[in-house]
Design a protein around this ligand. Structure first.
Ligand code: SF4
Ligand code: SF4
Length: 85
């Protein structure tokens, strides 16, 4: 089973909401926090991310890094699947 999570680089997020629209799990939402650029930033609102990477692919700022945790028996491996722009 693969689970995922995302890290948002809040300093460069522009609150465009493209990632919210692209997420099939509806895992992402706007937070109440504003960054130094004056944009409301996004964050995970549900703990159901599958690590599909859609959000990172659509982000025009390259602000999202996706991490996948794969359960392999007792061991877990964590992989960063961020998208280079
Ligand atoms: S990796 Fe996929 S499931 Fe996870 S937050 Fe991004 S779009 Fe949603
Ligand atoms: S797509 Fe990128 S810039 Fe737009 S809200 Fe999501 S993380 Fe921020």
């Amino acid at each position: 089973m693969i689970r995922g999570t995302i890290i948002v680089a809040e300093d460069i997020c522009k609150g465009c909401e493209l990632c919210i629209t692209a997420c099939p799990q509806e895992s992402i939402g706007l937070s109440d926090r504003m960054n130094n650029l004056g944009y409301r930033v996004v964050h995970l609102v549900l703990d159901n991310c599958t690590g599909c990477v859609n959000c990172a692919l659509v982000c025009p700022e390259g602000a999202i890094t996706v991490y996948r945790t794969k359960k392999t028996g007792k061991a877990e491996s964590k992989t960063s699947v961020g998208v280079e722009q």
